[in-house]
Design a protein around this ligand. Structure first.
Ligand code: CP
Length: 358
């Protein structure tokens, strides 16, 4: 007789690795509420981390923490608003967390998961598609393999657009989710002055010139440079990991950056390890740094946390999932709430959820 799979015999149980979920309260206590930076985001297109300032990030994280600690939102701030979710490149987290965020706020969604189902297959330009989007929705979230795609749409859009990943260029809302995870872990990292003994060492396993998540994360980290004693870029190639001027820009913003090649020699000093191996190349991707792997056998500092934008490959062993180093699942979950905060601001509905004038 066929037996039932063990998972079917009991109600679903919370996972023991839900670390990070209890932390949003710390952010609510740390950041005084100020709606003005969020009001300044109304109707803005979001393409690059360079568009944010510290106050915007702090208030977005505060609002995300409020959303995360308020499972039942009684108002529906996005009622009557329509999201156009246009993903011309595969995505699990970004598309579904944006759509989950929009649904949770009471809005409606039109979703495109394949450019070939639109006029693009017949040669229609993105500028013309964007002209049509103006009639159909209130905000566009776009992922495309090409860096220029979001700018082609911007030329004719009159509604805000969020860059959800444009080739190897940027992924600003992923980086916002990364910062939200970091600030939940250590709220004092967002302070303008951070005492020397509270500063952290961040290791990034990846290539800033080839990975949009790393490029955007570094720009946010530079915005909060006083909290970082050192940023170590760890890669297994002798090739220059930065674009021309990229490293200089980050250093000029106050980041102390070093490049290293031996992962295990660095790990015992690192408070946060950010790891990614996917780099986009045209319409496809390659995995780089695959020899740089993390597992429970790695010499991680006690208390160190691991972040990963996911999807993971061989570089991040599943044996770390059930350890306290695993903040990558909480990081992915938190993305829903920072995206809720950002879209509430962009569609000018802050006044419906905060004590702000309409
Ligand atoms: N982090 C991220 O961009 O994941 P997806 O490709 O699944 O959206």
């Amino acid at each position: 007789m066929k037996t039932l799979h063990p998972a079917l015999r009991e109600p679903m149980q919370p996972r023991s690795w839900s670390v990070g979920l209890e932390r949003p309260q710390a952010l609510l206590e740390h950041i005084p509420e100020d709606p003005r930076p969020l009001m300044d985001l109304a109707n803005r297109p979001i393409v690059s981390v360079r568009q944010f300032n510290q106050d915007m990030v702090a208030q977005l994280c505060r609002m995300a923490a409020w959303y995360e600690t308020t499972p039942s939102i009684h108002q529906a701030p996005l009622a009557g608003k329509i999201l156009i979710s246009a993903f011309y490149e595969p995505s699990t987290r970004t598309r579904l967390s944006f759509e989950s965020a929009w649904h949770r706020l009471g809005g409606d969604i039109m979703s495109i998961t394949d450019a070939a189902t639109t006029g693009i297959a017949k040669g229609e330009s993105l500028a013309d598609v964007a002209e049509m989007f103006n009639n159909y929705g209130d905000l566009v979230v776009l992922r495309d393999t090409r860096e220029s795609a979001v700018y082609e749409m911007l030329d004719s859009l009159r509604i805000p657009i969020i860059n959800a990943g444009n080739g190897i260029d940027e992924h600003p809302t992923q980086a916002l989710a990364d910062m939200y995870a970091l600030f939940k872990w250590r709220p004092e990292l967002m302070n303008k002055n951070v005492p020397a003994d509270k500063r952290i060492k961040l290791g990034i396993i990846g290539m800033p010139s080839r990975m949009r998540t790393v490029r955007s994360l570094l720009l946010f980290v530079a915005l909060f440079a006083p909290g970082f004693e050192e940023v170590v870029i760890i890669c297994d190639t002798e090739n220059e990991p930065f674009d021309p001027d990229q490293r200089e820009e980050l250093a000029a913003a106050g980041l102390n950056i070093r490049v290293a090649h031996r992962l295990n020699a660095e790990l015992p000093q690192l408070d946060v390890v950010y790891i990614n191996s996917i780099a986009w190349v045209g319409d496809s991707f390659e995995r780089i740094g695959e020899e740089l792997r993390l597992s429970t056998a790695s010499p991680l500092k006690p208390g160190a946390i691991i972040l990963h934008p996911l999807a993971r490959g061989e570089e991040l062993s599943t044996d770390l999932d059930a350890t306290d180093h695993n903040w990558y699942f909480a990081q992915a979950r938190g993305a829903i709430f920072v995206r809720m905060a950002l879209i509430t601001a962009l569609v000018h509905r802050i006044h419906q959820v905060m004590d702000a004038p309409p």
